[in-house]
Design a protein around this ligand. Structure first.
Ligand code: KIV
Length: 257
């Protein structure tokens, strides 16, 4: 049975941990889905790990639609969620509705994710949900605000922690079905997880979240630089480099084919 947003909420109630990973193409999406991952996120981190940009900001809606369509074709079971890229939703609810609508209609994803929880964003989430578009929130370190926040851990002071907690509560009240908590202290993530009825999906937010997400390029050891909170479970960069070098040596020695 394909995973639904309602099922994620039931899993929180039952204490079953939710597993999420990012994908940017058909092959990666198939691997994740066949491995039984619950949520496949077409994250805007693809701007950095797949397209070579220095930040997530340059990614366009057209690019997300293109990649999300490929991911969608590779997934049979998991819930597919796509990121709304920078400045495709912050301007107004109408802009967010058009962008999210295109992701559902053209790429076939089942939900969208957007960053931030300040009042205008929570209002946008409420309007998207009313229009039938499931929304995942994202608070704490929000990479689309890198030029304001950097990549530092957020929520370290009590005021900042309070702000993030209230943003999460506002998103849950607006009807979001889950919230990503990125790079915040574990005790703050635990407090948010306890206070809101929807699942929290942590990345660099400790072990008390309802689920965990990683960028798949980091998990597989494909990224040139690993974030401090994302251990590599494999060294695919090393394995691929070795395979390419072996092929090149064989060709140069006239041993292939
Ligand atoms: O873009 C992304 O990959 C994300 C995850 C880090 C949650 O938003």
């Amino acid at each position: 049975m394909p995973v639904t947003t309602q099922q994620l909420i039931r899993w929180k109630q039952e204490g079953r941990a939710i597993v999420a990973l990012t994908a940017w193409d058909w092959a990666i999406a198939q691997i994740l889905d066949e491995a039984g991952i619950d949520v496949v996120l077409v994250g805007d981190s693809m701007a950095m790990v797949a397209l070579g940009h220095a930040t997530t900001l340059p990614l366009t809606l057209e690019e997300v639609i293109h990649h999300a369509s490929a991911v969608r074709r590779g997934v049979k079971q998991a819930l597919v969620v796509a990121d709304l890229p920078f400045l495709t939703y912050q301007e107004s609810t109408a802009q967010a509705m058009r962008s999210a609508g295109r992701l559902l209609k053209e790429a076939g994803v089942q939900a969208v994710k957007l960053e931030g929880g300040y009042p205008a964003i929570a209002q946008t989430v409420a309007n998207l949900v009313l229009a039938g578009i499931p929304v995942m929130g994202h608070v704490g370190l929000t990479p689309q605000s890198v030029h304001r926040l950097g990549y530092r851990q957020q929520g370290k002071t009590s005021e900042d922690a309070d702000r993030i907690l209230h943003e999460a509560i506002a998103l849950a009240e607006a009807g979001a079905f889950a919230i990503v908590l990125e790079h915040i202290p574990a005790d703050l993530a635990a407090k948010i997880t306890e206070k809101i009825p929807i699942p929290t999906i942590g990345i660099g937010a400790g072990s008390h979240c309802d689920g965990q997400v990683l960028v798949t390029a980091d998990l597989l050891g494909l990224s040139p630089k690993q974030p401090p909170f994302a251990p590599a479970y494999a060294d695919l960069r090393g394995i691929a480099t070795q395979a390419v070098q072996s092929f090149a040596n064989d060709v140069r020695k006239r041993e292939f084919p």
